[in-house]
Design a protein around this ligand. Structure first.
Ligand SMILES: Cc1cc2nc3c(=O)[nH]c(=O)nc-3n(C[C@H](O)[C@H](O)[C@H](O)COP(=O)(O)O)c2cc1C
Length: 305
């Protein structure tokens, strides 16, 4: 059984990777999960300067998922380069850095800094961030702003660039096509979906940041639709995720069009779950009638529409 896949030139021993922000910078999780066994590690998004993030509480469990409002708390790009990337050297697992900015220029500067420092295999560009030059509207809801970021990142680095999109838009394939035309090498789908939880006793929000991002099984059907639409529209390699908890979920994401998958929220319940999924994947692929993970990608058969 062939588990190895290649996404935009990055070779992964298996298609199961850790989603940005849910595994910190890897080091935090290394006592609980043998990181050398995962397909790749996507680091928490970093900004040019360190950020303290949003007020507590920052997470709230929902019926089938989790709402978080971390507010992009992170160590900043300087600490990423000086402390974190060197500590991951020798892991043997591809490392994706993730960047988040508030202007097009800040994304370009982040890409250049990371490219210059070396030690990472790919860049994930988190466009679910407020664009301060356009009144705080998220970059990722606007094809023009998404395109501007991708072009500036590509001009400033030679690493494979994955653009991580939000599904909270009317037509995600338009944004995906804009990213592709601007030079994206791959897509990561999907980021969390904005939501609100309320304490009826106090009539206050459950989260300090008021609005949070919904993740976990609740968003899986939304993620599958986004992946299928973007795969059909672009054919770009896709890292798909949103609520993946078991191998059945992985098969669905591959069939929808993903070449690799990410596990995030499931780690909060059981960090070892990701290794169980990797161990169980060969049997699941075989039962699905395929000889490799790659053979399943984009094989959704439409019986009727
Ligand atoms: C606590 C938490 C922090 C996250 N931080 C980031 C982040 O820094 N950058 C990013 O691109 N996505 C971030 N995400 C989104 C995840 O990478 C992932 O796209 C999303 O949670 C959906 O996958 P899941 O349902 O498997 O968790 C975060 C998610 C959670 C739950």
């Amino acid at each position: 059984m062939e588990l190895a896949v290649e996404v935009a030139g990055v070779k992964l021993a298996n298609p199961v990777i850790l989603a940005s922000g849910t595994a910190g910078y890897g080091i935090e999780l290394s006592s609980l999960v043998d990181l050398s066994r995962v397909g790749a590690l996507v680091l928490k998004s970093v900004t040019l300067e360190p950020r303290k993030g949003n007020p507590e509480p920052r997470v709230w469990e929902t019926a089938a998922g989790m709402l978080n409002s971390i507010g992009l708390e992170n160590v900043g790009v300087q600490a990423l380069i000086a402390d974190i990337i060197p500590a991951l050297e020798g892991l043997g697992t591809p490392v994706f850095a993730s960047i988040a900015g508030d202007t097009v220029r800040s994304y370009a500067r982040l890409a250049a800094r990371i490219q210059g420092a070396g030690g990472v295999d790919a860049l994930e560009v988190n466009v679910s961030c407020p664009n301060v030059e356009k009144g705080g509207i998220q970059f990722g809801v606007d094809p023009g702003a998404t395109s501007a970021i991708v072009m500036s990142v590509k001009e400033n680095c030679d690493l494979p660039v994955f653009v991580k999109l939000t599904a909270a838009v009317a037509d995600i394939s338009r944004i995906a096509v804009a990213a592709q035309k601007a030079g994206a090498d791959g897509l990561t789908l999907i980021n969390t979906i904005p939501g609100l939880a309320i304490d009826p006793a106090t009539r206050t929000p459950r989260l300090g940041g008021v609005i949070g991002g919904l993740s976990g099984p609740a968003i899986k059907p939304v993620a599958l639709k986004a992946i299928w639409e973007c795969y059909e529209a672009t054919g770009l390699p896709i890292i798909g995720g949103g609520g993946i908890c078991d191998t059945g979920d992985v098969l669905e994401f591959l069939i929808a069009g993903a070449s690799a998958v990410s596990v995030g929220t499931a780690l909060f319940r059981d960090p070892g779950r990701v290794l169980d999924i990797i161990d169980e994947l060969p049997g699941a692929i075989e039962r699905a009638g395929a000889r490799s993970a790659g053979e399943l990608t984009g094989t959704l058969t439409e019986t009727s529409r």
